[in-house]
Design a protein around this ligand. Sequence first.
Ligand SMILES: [Zn+2]
Length: 692
Amino acid sequence: MTKNILEECLMRRFPLVVAPLALLTMTAAGAGKPDYKPFAEVSEGYTKVVSTADGAKPFYGLYIDKKKNQLLAELPQGWKTQRHLFAVTQASGGTFAGLQGPMIYAYWRQYDKRLALIAPELDTRSKGEAESKSSVKRLFTDTVLVDVPILTMGPSGQPVIDFDGLLVNKGGALMRGRGGTSNANLATIVKAKAFPQNVEVAIEAPARGGKLTTYHFSISKLPDNTGYKPRAADERVGYFTTVYRDLGQYDQKKKWVRYIDRWHLEKRDPKLKLSPPKEPIVFHIEHTVPVRYRRYIRNGVLYWNEAFREIGIDEAIQVRFQDKATGAHMEKDPEDVRYNFIRWLNNDISTAIGPHRAHPLTGQILDADVVLTDGWIRAYWGWFNEQAPELAVEGFSAETLRWLDENPGWDPRVLLSSPGEATRRAEIMAEIDAAAMTSDTALPLNPDLAEIAGWMDDPSHQCLAAHGLAFDMAFGRMNLESLGLLEAGGYDAAEGDLLDGIPEWFVGPLLAELVAHEVGHTIGLRHNFKASGIYTMEQINSAEWKGKKPLAGSVMDYLPPNFNLETGEEQGDFTMIGVGPYDKWAIAYGYTFDDPAKVLERVAEPELAYLTDDDTTGPDPFARRYDFSANPLTYAKNQMRIVDQHRERILEKFVKDGESWSNARRGYQTTLSMQMRMLSMMSNWIGGAHVN
Ligand SMILES: [Zn+2]
């Protein structure tokens, strides 16, 4: 149990809160009201936090004592009927610092001289007859998260609380048990900002184990009704959902209410067929993104505007560049719920993730921050030995994995790990042993990815697109070198720059596609693992397609780059050059101003095929991650031809004069991993069944 340091410290600070003094400090409100010390006395040594140029009245009034690292907060007027959103982000001191953390939606309730923060019961509700409402209210009650003493009444007549005490000592309650400090005495207030709609407070303290860690709390008012209308989910279109059980409904089918998560997008002028948005979705590209990659990130974000234009909104999504050198947008904190950011972490891990925060009552998306990491770029220069094993079992059924448990000598994850890396091999064995079944076989084998999984509330929000990209980057370099694409095929090495040694025309569009995928998550979309299978290799690698049509139905699949060896008339695009037909249709369903049922009428069109994470262990061999084209067997043969070609040239291409022969082994393992991946994918075709 955490010791209640807050109360200890209050006792130390105000040792004389006893009856005689209390009599002297009766508030002006007179008898019947609780007695508090005057605000002036409580706030002695504190200064008011003013964060707006016009000094507009802030949401919570904040008062800071920088020397003692203390922060007081006066609750906003009207707090008794308001609900507040507490959004937490770990801002420093961790590999994934910057990734959105938990969100708490709660209200304050006064108990004499104490305040309790209470989370309303949302999972079970009743929208039916009065009797059911009474019953649900009695059975499914709200939950107290934390309580704090009222120190005094503030200048606006509202309760004042020890804010740093709440966030440091009881912060765990706001982070669903995560976080926590080993020494609250060393807590330092790094940021305190007070705006009319929200307050932003960041506190650094040693975590358990001592590592200095900053948690950023973004606290804002969240009205029950923002003027937004929820939209019902349909399982044939892949959206994240906000779900509750309505026990006012006696029809079993209607009991579960599912809303899609989406932004509140409206036309500025509803009379126009194509109108600017009333409020655009704005993404800020964080200043930590290397300058050389910024335009590709912007391109990936803006791919989606094509889909929104089709439902009548022009430039629904907009991009701003934060820049340290010029100071542009530097006053905006990525952790602030008002701003959406594309963040860049140098942590040597191959990940990208696009989480969002949605209104728990309606599914209205309020804030989204995409996190990109740098590891996949380095993968181009060799990544295989450590990471490839987990991809070798991608798409294996639960039965196969159980059989491998009993016959570890056949496990490709073990076979593919380098015998030189005995420790890594032992680790893989242990991890396989300990792992519970997860939706993605890469997860239990990779501690970095598992860490993210622990931070995410909902496993359906997992995204390993960049992890797959790292694999493709490692193979990509071999392909570019060995297939002679660096010189031939209309791709001129002199065209554009080399970005970190990689041709810009190759890496730029891949990054844009990755960003489009993650932004797709932030506007509500789930994965669509069937989208890679709607066009043939021959179509994709033709003059009709190249540069003109997307090579898959959706950017929401994990798409390997398209490398053509004798399967089409020319080398087509390496990746998507915009959003696909499924993406446009899904956006139309979620955001149309007409009847969404009309959009659904098109569901049987082959280009709109959709299956998601839950289906990747099902019978449909098309619903696989990392497969490609309408005939994956043709694709597999194409890849095997590439593998053969590499094998023939391993000694001459992979080992340059003066280099170690160990490069030849790396080359061999890369081809072996690709071979395994193709075999794994093809085996699903034996006895598979298509799901429509
Ligand atoms: Zn994803």
